[in-house]
Design a protein around this ligand. Sequence first.
Ligand code: IMP
Ligand code: MG
Length: 178
Amino acid sequence: MVEDLKNVLISEEKIKEIVKKLGKEITEDYKGKNLILISVLKGSVVFMADLMREIDLPLKIDFMIVSSYGDKAVSSGKVKIVKDLDIDLSDLDVLMVEDILDTGRTLCSLLEILRTRNPKSLKLCTFLDKPDRRATDIEADYVGAKIPDEFVVGYGLDFNQRYRNLPYVGVLKPEVYE
Ligand code: IMP
Ligand code: MG
C-alpha cells in the first residue's frame, strides 16, 4: 500500500496530537450538555473511535449511512438515507463527526435533514478540511487540520474502498487513480 503513496501528509504521532486537542476542546465546550456524536459510515469510523475516547464526558454515539442521488460527477449534494439513526435527537446536543470536509455538498444536505429532527444544538467537527474545494458556505466548528487540494487516503479515508486501515494520512500518487 505504501508504494501507492506520494508522501505522508499527517503522521500517526501528529494525528494523536490533533485528536487529543480536539477532544479537550470538545470536553470544555460540552460540559453540562447532552452530547451525541453522529458520524456517517464508513470514512469517519477511525476518527470517531479515537475522538470519543478523548472526550471526558458522558456521551452517546450513533451512525448513519447515506448515498448521493444521481451522477457523482455533477453531485447535486442531495442525499438519501440508507441507514438512519436509532436515537431520537430532540433535547440532544449533536456533534457531527466527519472525516473530511471537501465541497461540503453532502454535509449541507445532511445537516438540513438533521435540523428537522429538532436537536438542541447542531455542530460540526471534521478531522480534515480542504477549504480550497468548498462549494457551499459550510464551515466546521472544530477542524483537526487544513490540507491542500490533494487526494488523501488513510485514517479511514479510502480510494475505491482501499487504504482505510493506514494509520496515517497520505497523498495518493495520481497514477493510482488516473
Ligand atoms: P463533499 O464535502 O460533499 O464534497 O464530500 C466529502 C466526501 O468526499 C468525504 O466524506 C469523502 O468520502 C470524500 N472525499 C473528499 N475528498 C477526499 C479525499 O481526499 N480522499 C478520500 N475521500 C475524499
Ligand atoms: Mg466519506
